[in-house]
Ligand binder design. Structure first.
Ligand code: PBG
Length: 342
């Protein structure tokens, strides 16, 4: 190649770009850090954990490498770890066996159920870490649905009446944020009213505003013991993955009903929805990096196909870039440790 040929290329590039060379700002670590538009912080992380009955060691969730079902003592330990790392909130999910389940999901209303007991223990030991609890009946129903089933249908209003009581029971145990994940109509308004009537005006609501009927919940259903239990699917209440406008209607409705924060779920396959909702509506909007998204990365990493830490930081940053105020992620402690190392 002649020097003349390269000079000719240089002339063409200058003519085309007007001298602006994008790579100038990418040339070193410090310039890249200087101009980075989105910065992931430990303050963006919500850490979902699974609590199980009984004492003893952590029990690995087979479908979620690196994630365990914890005893209540283990949850307290996790809360301490969150405090040390600076993770603001833990989301708590119960692993329930067949004996804990019935048609009505009765144990959802038991103030001494697993979730409530764990919340009390965690708040007592580590009050400075926030706790988020799902409101939905699926950990407690024999059919695995989030609501009450009558003649093969999930009945809305009867379910909402029970969910409102479930929210109060959990808030009374010390839960700071109620996360209605059931997708029943009108539940945010009814839960807000029930909390206020119970003298709990400070309890926050983070509604799963747009929650899609998704294949990415599979490992979670294993983790909480509802895989075998679930009869049919959740498409009569969770959203159709073809829809985008509907997500805006759902989110607007939840905001009007009194949600303090909203969530889009799943995360990565729905970044377009997250981006629209976060930019068009005016409320802190969170993303849920679901169990399926987590396990895809971990399974590929186990086979040596991708670097899990790099994929973790890239995906978590992607939610932020799309407009998320924060992310629920099973990677939270690992990401927090990475962020701390810089
Ligand atoms: C329960 C609930 C689910 C998830 C959070 N809350 C599963 C479902 O709706 O079937 C999924 C979380 C995940 O996949 O990480 N209503």
């Amino acid at each position: 190649m002649s020097a003349g040929a390269i000079d000719e290329v240089t002339r063409r590039i200058s003519a085309a770009t007007g001298g602006r060379r994008m790579r100038r700002l990418r040339q070193g670590d410090w310039t890249r850090r200087l101009v980075r538009e989105t910065q992931l912080s430990v303050n963006d992380l919500i850490w979902p954990i699974f609590v199980r009955e009984g004492a003893g060691a952590a029990e690995p969730v087979p479908s979620m490498p690196g994630v365990d079902r914890l005893s209540i003592e283990g949850c307290v330990e996790a809360a301490r770890q969150a405090a040390d790392l600076g993770i603001p909130v833990i989301a708590l999910f119960p692993y329930t066996s067949a004996e804990d389940r019935d048609e009505q999901g009765s144990r959802a209303l038991d103030p001494n159920n697993l979730v409530c007991s764990a919340v009390r223990a965690m708040k007592k030991a580590v009050p400075e870490v926030g706790i988020l609890c799902d409101v939905a009946l699926d950990p407690y129903t024999s059919h695995g649905h989030d609501g009450i089933v009558r003649d093969g249908r999930i009945v809305n209003d009867e379910t909402v009446e029970i969910l409102s009581r479930q929210a109060v029971v959990q808030a009374q145990a010390g839960c700071d944020i109620i996360g209605p994940s059931d997708m029943m109509d009108g539940r945010v308004a009814c839960i807000r009213a029930a909390l206020d009537e119970a003298g709990l005006p400070d309890t926050m609501i983070m509604s799963y505003a747009a929650k899609y009927a998704s294949a990415f919940y599979g490992p979670f259903r294993d983790a909480v013991g509802s895989t075998g239990a679930l009869k049919g699917d959740k498409r009569s209440y969770q959203m159709d993955f073809g829809n985008s406008q509907e997500a805006l209607r759902e989110a607007r409705q939840d905001i009007a009903e009194g949600a303090d924060m909203i969530m889009i779920k799943p995360g990565l396959p729905y970044l377009d929805i997250l981006s629209r909702v976060a930019r068009e509506l005016d409320l802190p909007t969170f993303a849920y990096q679901t169990s399926g998204e987590y396990s895809m990365i971990m399974a590929a990493a186990e086979r040596g196909f991708i670097d899990p830490d790099a994929a973790m930081m890239e995906t978590l940053s992607a939610y932020k870039r799309a407009g998320a105020a924060g992310i629920l992620s099973y990677f939270s402690p690992r990401a927090a440790a990475t962020l701390r190392r810089g």
